[in-house]
Design a protein around this ligand. Structure first.
Ligand code: HSE
Length: 298
């Protein structure tokens, strides 16, 4: 069996810890049952990935089986990692969502997607990457007293994403530790209104609204000190034709949502602008993922 999990971009500006979208860049997990335990790595980003029992995909699979009292099978896993780690593109969410989806199928699919989301949220800590990784599309995750309430807002039809991935790793814990514990009422109102506008823009596919709608006052200003040239690069993307721009998750990746016609200009402008700040980076132009995690028989 092969499980494919999309990369994700969280926050999208004002939607801190609740909005996200899925992208057509995938990690995959190939599972062979009734084999001696073994984890093999393929793909581009394998540095620092454990191949023993501490591996995050494997620990997540065990967690699911233990929580439903399913006897732990021995499996051989091949992990293909194409989502760069610690860049703000949801690599740890992909590991968790992939592990849960794989373990659930092996156990005979006892849990629904909504139940997997609740477990994924507990393991990951915030729901904004795991929700689009499970459902695909552009998603809102609402934390309620009964768990996460997921909504798929749209599919981003006719939108491309240019993701500029700086060659520096930034752990989410570090990028969260610099945020102040309290926010002003003024900033809260700014983000509530802009997140509302952003949802309106996605539902109606009214993309010219994105430029204003993706503005944020809760986290991007503080985090810009960790990413040289961040605001200059986002501005350059807008000037080159992007509808809207944001820091992807907790960074350091920057995301521009663009019309097809501007994608090459935006890509080049983002690369050249961040280069002026001495930051090496690669840029990918990606389509939206519409399905979320999927599995197929080998
Ligand atoms: N929303 C998180 C943050 C990152 O910005 O810290 C992804 O969960």
């Amino acid at each position: 069996m092969i499980v494919k999990i999309p990369a994700t971009s969280a926050n999208l500006g004002p939607g801190f810890d609740c909005l996200g979208l899925a992208l057509q860049l995938y990690n995959s997990i190939t599972i062979e049952t009734d084999r001696p335990f073994r984890i093999s790595l393929t793909g581009t980003y394998n540095e620092g990935i454990a191949t023993d029992e501490t591996n995050l995909v494997w620990r997540t699979m065990r967690h699911l089986w233990e929580s439903i009292n399913y006897p732990i099978p021995t499996v051989a896993l091949t992990l293909e990692n194409n989502i760069p780690p610690a860049r703000g593109l949801g690599s740890s969410s992909a590991a968790i969502v992939g592990g849960l989806a794989a373990a659930n199928v092996i156990a005979g699919t006892p849990l629904s997607k909504l139940e997997l989301l609740q477990i994924a949220n507990t393991l990951e800590g915030h729901p904004d990457n795991v929700t689009p990784a499970l459902y695909g599309g552009i998603t809102l995750a609402v934390s309620t007293e009964n768990g996460i309430l997921p909504r798929v807002l749209g599919q981003g039809t006719n939108l491309k994403a240019v993701v500029l991935i700086p060659n520096l790793r930034l752990k989410t814990e570090k990028a969260r530790s610099i945020l102040p514990p309290n926010v002003s009422r003024q900033d809260a109102v700014f983000n509530i209104s802009h997140a509302g506008l952003l949802i309106d823009a996605f539902i109606r596919e009214n993309y010219p609204l994105l430029k204003e709608a993706m503005r944020d006052m809760l986290h991007q200003n503080q985090r810009s000190v960790l990413i040289p040239g961040m605001f200059e690069t986002l501005k350059a993307a807008e000037q080159a034709g992007a509808y809207g721009t944001a820091l992807s998750g907790s960074g350091p990746t920057l995301i521009a949502l663009v019309p097809e016609i501007s994608k090459d200009d935006v890509r080049q402008k983002m690369l050249s602008t961040i280069g002026q700040f001495g930051v090496e980076a690669q840029a990918l132009t990606l389509d939206m993922d519409h399905e979320g995690v999927i599995f197929s028989e080998k």
